[in-house]
Design a protein around this ligand. Sequence first.
Ligand code: NDP
Ligand code: 8G0
Length: 455
Amino acid sequence: MALPHEPEFQQAYNELVSALEDSTLFTEKPEYKKVIPVVSVPERIIQFRVAWENDNGDVEVNNGYRVQFNSALGPFKGGLRFHPSVNLSILKFLGFEQIFKNALTGLSMGGGKGGCDFNPKGRTDSEIRRFCVAFMRQLARYIGSDTDVPAGDIGVGSREVGYMFGAYKQMQNNWSGILTGKGLSWGGSLIRPEATGYGVVYFVEKMIEKATGGKESFKGKRVAISGSGNVAQYAALKVIELGSTVVSLSDSKGCIISQTGITPDQIKAIAAAKIHFKTLEEITKESASLFSGSNEVQYIAGVRPWTHCGQVDVALPSATQNEVSGEEAKALVEAGCKYVAEGSNMGSTKEAIDVFEANRSKAVWYAPGKAANCGGVAVSGLEMAQNSQRVTWAAEEVDEKLKNIMYTCFDNCYATAAKYSAEKDAENLPSLLKGANITGFIKVADAMFDQGEVF
Ligand code: NDP
Ligand code: 8G0
């Protein structure tokens, strides 16, 4: 068989379709099958040249994109990724996932994703600013607070969102909520930086509570986390607050392991250094006193944490797609891991998902990104609501709303999985893989029928 032309998109598509087909959904309502060929084609893809001036005064050129995948539930919504690997397969997979994830938040948001093959690493602040202005010069005409609302993602944080917002406002003479993840003093929502990481942890709290009949919690658990960016940092801080030990973090060059637990001060130092693109290896060397003595961490170059973290109860992949292989999934299960929840989008390979799902009978429970990490986009939805009303909600209020969204998302996935599972599956924990895909799909499919997009 020929290799698929868009492997990441094909993988995301196959995950959704096989979850639906491997349930009783289509026997109960065969007309839902008609939605698949429609929902799997983006409403629109915009591709543009980004030509910008580097510090030498030379022109550099990159490929920019916005995939406006589905607007049945609201304006297109989803982040922008700046990473050399960005291409249409990756942005289509991310946009496709975003449709069903956004449906799972219960808020009014369609799905989209965009980005650029620009590599911000090693660039000066001026170069990043000029790049962001050039990128927005192209993107501005396609977005709007009721049309399409981008945000950050890998390689795009609050600095980049600020530069892009400023460029948009100058060009359009219009201040509206066209991006989320804005600065907290100029329209950003409190808790948006924390939302994805905290949200994953709130989701897993529910998984632990359900699986143990309320007997266990994060207290005393050992948690392996990958990544050391926005999602990983706040997931780590929250599980520590809840009484767990964080045994690992990672970046694209290697991982750090600590059997006694990575500390909040270490996480804060990593967060500060990551803005300047430092590697974990450099950070642990340059802040040697913080990473030695009783808080010593082991740095291992060139590997992911999963086969190096020892016994763990929980794994939270929070770096990038396909960051858990089948072999690593087996190693995690053997190391006693019972809960796997993706902070990253499509963090697990198909082989890894197969391992986790096959071990549900042994109480291993897997939550896909579209459910577990929907807290980020959910608080982006709350940022949009606050911008429209010209109000700012208190941090406690946003955190409470985030918690409710994550708990409701879990309950919906759980109930849907139980409802549409075949008889043979009944004695296991319900498949959250199926629950998430079916719940998100039904909501979008019903809206598409109502709006005459499928008939
Ligand atoms: P950041 O850019 O803040 O951090 C990304 C982290 O992942 C960094 O530690 C980075 O390493 C590592 N990483 C990136 N690419 C690779 C790669 N190809 N191989 C190995 N490691 C890699 O991004 P976020 O934390 O925001 O995003 C992480 C994941 O979470 C992504 O999958 C994103 O789509 C998803 N997500 C993010 C949300 C958000 O609100 N930010 C919401 C929902 C999902 P290094 O430092 O070396 O570059
Ligand atoms: O806020 C957003 O729209 C956003 C940003 C980054 C990632 C995601 C996601 O859900 O993957 C959403």
